[in-house]
Design a binder for this molecule. Structure first.
Ligand code: ADP
Ligand code: MG
Length: 365
């Protein structure tokens, strides 16, 4: 029975639109979350993350599109009939109740008998490793402990899906990193589907099986952390996940998706790059190149001429800030032990890279 319930945790969003006056908070989002998957919704503030979560939860209703959970359409179903757990940024525990009473509260609302309530609440408290804290009041707990209680309360009635909206953003950095791992382990242990909202790319990459990157209410890319970092499909994703050098240029020929083709950079250099999507001959391009993909060669070698401005030693690597011939600032990261002698500021060098590491996007018309 519990096992079957777990397999009902898939979520399907189809053509979701949500407007607030002139603003499309959700602008045509379709995506599928697999049962038992940990999906992060990642994007800058105002990109529509909370609106999507609220629509899944049933606290908002879409202007267009459908929400399907566990194979059943719930677009117009009220929140209390969707059997979902929710945890928000602020701990919304009841201050006058003990920890155990807080956790048992959703069971009480569901009419579960007192003895069963207490047993299930204690089990949930064990799951978040706070078994000896049941008799305390929320105010007697640290921020991290309070957030764990909030999680215990959200999972105590065994929902098929757990929705979390920036649940760690009020915690300090060390605790936040600890909780990221803990929540991930808990999710695996109980096999629940999680949709987790965050604006923090490291948090999303650390926790999620797949990440949905949002901008202005639109889904930019949905993929595993590795795919997002190594194969961004839009300049926005290349900029938002990790660090990227950008160049502008023009296609020296037509190219199909994934092909290497010649590019004339606006700074004068002739290079080859990897086409992301089909590219027409002569099209304006934005090129993205990761700092760690750049290699240093002596001045005058074939590649991109640059002048070193700063060499910053950070232990496992050296970050170089450089100025290109056109005055643009570039960033290169040379790993420690690459047999590299740190260049001095003012030194002229050449930047080289593998053609396939420069990703070319056709500029929006
Ligand atoms: N209840 C609301 N009334 C008016 N505008 C809203 C409301 N909720 C969200 N918005 C707007 O919709 C957009 C997306 O908001 P939101 O989903 O909260 O983004 P995020 O969670 O990514 O920060 C923003 O422009 C926001 O101002
Ligand atoms: Mg939000």
């Amino acid at each position: 029975m519990a096992e079957a319930a777990r397999h009902q945790g898939g979520i399907l969003l189809e053509g979701l639109v949500k407007r607030f006056g002139p603003v499309a908070a959700i602008d045509g989002v379709s995506l599928a979350v697999q049962p038992g998957e940990f999906l992060a919704l990642l994007g800058p503030s105002g990109s529509g993350k909370t609106s999507i979560l609220m629509t899944i939860a049933g606290f908002e209703f879409p202007d267009a599109g459908r929400v399907v959970i566990g194979g059943e359409e719930v677009t117009w179903t009220p929140p209390n009939r969707r059997n979902l757990g929710m945890v928000f940024q602020r701990y919304t525990l009841f201050p006058h109740m003990t920890v155990l009473e807080n956790i048992a509260f959703p069971l009480k609302m569901r009419g579960v008998a007192r003895a069963a309530r207490e047993e299930q609440a204690r089990a949930a408290l064990r799951t978040v490793r706070l078994e000896s804290y049941g008799d305390r009041r929320p105010a007697q707990l640290s921020g991290g402990q309070q957030q764990r209680v909030a999680i215990a309360r959200a999972i105590v009635y065994r929902p098929r899906v757990l929705l979390m909206d920036e649940p760690l953003s009020a915690l300090d950095k060390n605790l936040r990193e600890e909780m990221q791992i803990e929540i991930k382990q808990l999710q695996r242990e109980i096999g629940i589907t999680v949709v987790f909202v965050t604006h923090d790319q490291t948090e999303a990459l650390t926790m999620a099986d797949r990440v949905a990157v949002l901008d202005h209410g639109r889904l930019q890319q949905l993929g595993a952390p590795r795919a997002l970092y190594e194969a961004p499909e839009t300049p926005f994703v290349a900029r938002f996940i990790g660090e990227t050098n950008f160049f502008q240029g023009r296609a020296g020929g037509a190219a199909s998706d994934g092909a290497l083709f010649p590019v004339q950079l606006d700074n004068g250099a002739q290079i080859h790059a990897l086409a992301v999507g089909a590219i027409a001959a002569g099209a304006r391009l934005t090129l993205a190149l990761r700092p760690e993909r750049l290699r240093l060669a002596p001045a005058g070698a074939p590649g991109l001429a640059a002048e070193v401005r700063e060499a910053i030693y950070v232990g496992n690597a050296t970050t170089l800030l450089l100025r290109g011939a056109d005055g643009a600032t570039l960033r290169a990261r040379i790993p420690a032990g690459a047999g590299f002698s740190e260049p001095a500021p003012g030194e002229h060098v050449t930047l080289q890279w593998e053609a396939g590491d420069a990703r070319a996007f056709a500029a929006a018309a």
